[in-house]
Ligand binder design. Structure first.
Ligand code: NAG
Ligand code: NAG
Ligand code: NAG
Ligand code: NAG
Ligand code: NAG
Ligand code: NAG
Ligand code: NAG
Length: 926
């Protein structure tokens, strides 16, 4: 079994994983492992006795051994809240009762699953009492008192409760130490100025024991009831539970799995971690936010603003337990009432995503192991030769000299500056990878980034005040402390120096969990309560320092223990600021590690996947979850990163990937090339065609990003966001929408020529032909030969498209074609945001055009609501109207008769309009 910790040979950037075929991680310490699995004979004995107990229970239907107190027997299994979540110990009756909890053994769950906890809280377990509650300008302030200690060290006796009715749909509840300040996440969150006047929720408290009861006023649905289990607030163990109004719970990243979480005793851990995406592991980012669908289609969201290592335990009651090991309990609740609004309201708190440059939405190509700039260039030329769209060429760590940041290999990558120049000449861009580990073993004076970082004191320190040294790609490294503003200046200077040689356009920030090939540091970690806290959440490796730096490491803003989950966010912030200063244009950044508010600075890719069909499927719930997290610029490595892809898999994946908001084909080293040029003419053509389809939709996609930036709308959207009352949509994660109107139904299996997908009720039009499909809300079988991706347009929408070129720059000069999909009442609506594609703050400065299109009573109208000069150089060439029921006798453009075509499938087309985007116009058919 290959160990995760030790690495002898270089591994792909951002990916130290078991080799293919290697045995998987030992499950014993994995999160999904039964919590009683330890090691040695003791475990075997306990397992045996467990089985015996279970068998006896089945036979006798009764309890073996001393009868537990009646108050314990009263608690139904689904409502047992775990009093002994420690996985390192086998919980015994003695240990359990020493905490004052109930002990009842339950049947063993299936292998790899968790089961009903054996040790759980009795209904009268001591908790806090609400002693006083006073009105404040924005809400209330209360005092919570605990009279009996719980069982973790430094239990805090008096807590302060702050409630703010921030808006009619947003409630803020914070619980913290009443006497001493504690660490709080350094995130700028908006403060309400006055108390909400007509909240759509009502809040009540249970006084003894203390509990929060939150209801949606309109339906009476109980959204939160925290009296279901005791509140615990010790210095390094904070726990609060709540009942949930349904089992339809989403979010809580970063994890791999279906979009909808299972509540069948499922614990999700949040602690940034470099590991190949695997079900049940804590992955690269931390997003303590969930969205829940209530009965009847209402939705609400809950955000716990806390950056410490935590876990969220889900159980079938249905109920949820937050368990974090630091900070404060700082909750925001968003009442929607529909899921789109919940996500908007969440982003009003964490910040709206940045508007990406247009080229970020083009096709990106990368691999680890081009081996040289000439090799990279060759691929770019091959892509051009076949006229396959490509906006950006990337390099992984092989461009560097000794894997050191801000260097390039002067032999193999000698022509890198010329390659970048050539890309720019062709309207293309260059993006390269950067890691936060700075090589620390160079002769003094030979590596400015380290020497200068050391001189300025910009690295993470050990508890002894020396730079903490770990190991990453270049060997021994120090880690940049992005919580220090001075580090941002140094990062900028490094990037400026490099940019003077290689004028890159965007940056890929990897390994920023931060990843470390050693556990902690070259010297391990010191003893103490930061590296060995009283309770360690179910993190992979069972230690906070597993594959990262010591939790005790010192950073400017706090200890790493508190800041770990923020590392990628802080690096992205520094990088966005540097890119903006260097290029004076909108920055493009893709980050592996993320935290709430990351969307303001970067996008995300879903990590180092394998070239397997299953991974392709998982990319959909992955990207939809990031839509929920306010990071719309997201995608997975198209065709898969590690292991070998096949032509069929890669073709299907290019089709799906052409609809990732961020579309990049990326491959590991020592695997066959997987860019579109290397496949058979048939596969290559299918890939090229689907990329041309993506490029034709750039005006639509760009407009969706504008709405994300403006108000937090999602780009790639789960179906239930648009059809929240259709319960059949709640579990769908093999299809998705772009915005509200473009349904993508990819093939996710080998060897098929059709795909079955859900089509929500209404009329949908085939994107390519305009033929209509009427659905009553059902699964429909669609033809899907290898060269075809199913795309359907929802009735009532208007999509702006454009004649595609091979770059976004070329595309943006081409004439537009507006596709109108008429509703059953023959109306439609759509819009278009247009600007120069890359300047900073175009919306904020008013340098943009915004057009609204609509159709009523056989009249199409384009209304220019805001105009700027860019729009004058682009024309609208064609109007295609789907669903025109009978052949018109004539068509009038601004009142003048105009030739048209009408097809049997009810598609009316008016071509050669030649109207400038800056002019309003109308088309009428009679
Ligand atoms: C509420 O007001 C009372 C009376 O002024 C005061 O004694 C108490 O400390 C206040 N409670 C809180 C939590 O501020
Ligand atoms: C709960 O609180 C609301 C105000 O938020 C109040 O109108 C209602 O009477 C309270 N209900 C109970 C049972 O106390
Ligand atoms: C809240 O939970 C407590 C404890 O389970 C329960 O007794 C109470 O009825 C619940 N309240 C509501 C309004 O659901
Ligand atoms: C890269 O290509 C250039 C131009 O064809 C050539 O001069 C150079 O030797 C090549 N470099 C390498 C490392 O192959
Ligand atoms: C780390 O140590 C250096 C001296 O080696 C010092 O200048 C710097 O301020 C320290 N940083 C932190 C966050 O403690
Ligand atoms: C459509 O546009 C016309 C003309 O601008 C306007 O009067 C009408 O209200 C619009 N309808 C909708 C549904 O936006
Ligand atoms: C690199 C790698 O193999 N990553 C993961 C991709 O997904 C599968 C399951 O879908 C995991 O088992 C792999 O570890």
């Amino acid at each position: 079994m290959k160990s995760y910790q030790k690495l002898t040979t270089p591994q792909p950037a951002g990916c130290q994983v078991e080799e293919e075929g290697a045995a998987p991680m030992p499950p014993a310490r994995g999160r999904m492992a039964p919590w009683w699995v330890g090691s040695g004979l003791l475990v075997a004995a306990v397992l045996l006795s467990t089985i015996t107990v279970w068998v006896l229970r089945q036979v006798s239907g009764g309890w073996l051994g001393p009868t537990p107190p009646p108050k314990c027997l009263l608690v139904p299994e689904s409502h047992r809240f775990d009093c002994y979540p420690e996985r390192q110990v086998v919980v015994t009756q003695e240990l359990c009762e020493s905490r004052g909890c109930c002990f009842i053994q339950s049947p063993l769950p299936a292998e790899g699953k968790q089961g009903v906890p054996w040790c759980f809280y009795p209904p009268d377990f001591p908790s806090y009492t609400l002693e006083s509650l006073n009105q404040t300008a924005l809400g209330m302030v209360g005092l919570l008192v605990r009279r009996e200690k719980a069982y973790y060290p430094r239990d805090i006796e008096m807590l302060r409760l702050d409630v703010e009715f921030e808006t009619d749909t947003r409630l803020h509840i914070k619980i913290t130490d009443a006497a001493n300040p504690r660490y709080e996440v350094p995130l700028d969150v908006p403060r309400a100025k006055k108390r909400a006047e007509n909240p759509i929720y009502s809040l009540n408290f249970s006084w003894d024991p203390f509990g929060v009861l939150l209801r949606r006023t309109a339906t009476g649905t109980v959204l939160l009831n925290t009296t279901v289990a005791p509140l615990i607030f010790a210095d390094q163990f904070l726990q609060i539970s709540t009942s949930l109004p349904s089992r339809f719970l989403y979010g809580l990243g970063e994890h791999r799995g279906s979009l909808l979480h299972s509540l069948d005793w499922n614990t999700l851990t949040l602690w940034a971690r470099d590991v190949a995406p695997t079900e049940s592991f804590n992955l690269y980012g931390a997003h303590p936010f969930y969205l829940l669908m209530e009965e009847g289609g209402d939705a609400h969201g809950v955000f716990l603003l806390n950056s410490n290592a935590m876990e969220v335990a889900l159980q079938p009651a249905p109920a949820l337990t937050w368990r974090t090991i630091g900070g404060v309990l700082d909750f925001y609740v968003f009442l929607g009432p529909d899921p789109n609004m919940v996500i908007q309201q969440y982003q009003q708190v964490i910040g709206f995503p940045a508007m990406p440059p247009l080229w970020a939405l083009g096709f990106h190509l990368c691999r680890w192991g081009y081996g040289s700039s000439n090799g990279t260039w060759q691929t770019v030329r091959a892509m051009r030769n076949y006229q396959i769209p490509q906006d950006a060429q990337w390099n992984d760590i092989d461009y560097m000299d000794g894997y050191r940041d801000f260097t390039f290999d002067s032999q193999k990558f000698a022509s890198l500056p010329s390659l970048v120049e050539d890309l720019h000449k062709h309207g293309q861009r260059y993006v390269m990878i950067l890691d936060p580990g700075i090589s620390s073993t160079n002769p003094h004076g030979s590596y400015w980034p380290f020497d200068e970082g050391l001189r300025r004191g910009l690295f993470l320190n050990t508890t002894q005040g020396q730079p903490l040294i770990g190991k990453v790609w270049p060997g021994y490294t120090a880690f940049a402390d992005f919580s220090n503003p001075d580090t941002h200046q140094w990062w900028l200077e490094n990037l400026q120096h490099f940019h003077a040689h290689v004028p890159f356009d965007g940056l890929w920030i990897d390994m920023n969990e931060p990843s470390n090939f050693m556990d902690g540091s070259e010297d391990g970690c010191p003893p103490g309560e930061l590296d060995s806290p009283p309770y360690t959440p179910a993190v992979l490796g069972d230690s906070l320092s597993s594959k990262t730096v010591c939790a005790s490491a010192k950073q400017k803003a706090s200890v790493h223990y508190n800041l770990h989950n923020l590392y990628g966010l802080m690096e992205a912030k520094a990088t966005a600021s540097a890119l903006t200063q260097i290029r004076g244009k909108r920055p493009f950044i893709i980050s592996r590690s993320t935290f709430p508010s990351q969307g303001r600075y970067s996008g995300h890719w879903l990590g180092d996947n394998r070239s397997q069909w299953k991974d392709m499927y998982y990319s959909i719930p992955g990207l939809l979850s990031f839509s929920l997290f306010g990071i719309p610029l997201v995608g997975a490595d198209i065709c898969g990163f590690s292991s070998s892809t096949s032509e069929e898999l890669c073709t299907r994946w290019m089709q799906l990937g052409a609809f990732y908001p961020f579309a990049r084909n990326h491959n590991t080293q020592n695997e066959k090339a997987q860019d579109p040029t290397v496949f058979s003419p048939a596969a290559r053509t299918a890939m090229k065609d689907v990329l041309l389809t993506r490029y034709s939709l750039l005006p639509f996609l760009y407009t969706l990003f504008h709405h994300a930036h403006l108000q937090g709308d999602t780009v790639a959207r789960p179906l239930f966001f648009e059809f929240p009352q259709d319960v059949a949509t709640l579990e769908l994660d093999r299809q998705f929408l772009w915005g509200r109107s473009l349904l993508v139904t990819p093939v996710l299996e080998p060897g098929v020529d059709s795909v079955t997908g859900y089509v929500p009720q209404g009329t949908w039009y085939d994107f390519y032909t305009g033929s209509s499909v009427n659905s009553s809300g059902e699964m429909l079988k669609m033809s899907a030969p290898l060269e075809h991706l199913n795309l359907h347009i929802r009735e009532g929408s208007i999509l702006p498209t454009q004649k595609p070129g091979t770059t976004s720059e070329e595309t943006r000069g081409n004439p537009l074609r507006l596709i109108v999909a008429l509703s059953s009442s023959a109306t439609a609506w759509g819009d278009l945001f247009w600007d120069d594609g890359e300047s900073l703050d175009t919306f904020e400065r008013g340098s943009y055009s915004y057009l609204v299109f609509n159709v009523t009573q056989n009249i199409f109208t384009s209304t220019v609501l805001h105009a700027s000069t860019e729009a004058t150089s682009v024309t609208i060439g064609t109007l295609s109207i789907f669903g025109v029921q009978k052949q018109p006798s004539k068509v009038l453009l601004n009142g003048q008769e105009k030739p048209f075509s009408y097809l049997d499938n009810q598609v009316l087309t008016v071509s050669d309009l030649g109207i400038s985007l800056s002019q309003g116009f109308s088309v009428q058919w009679l």
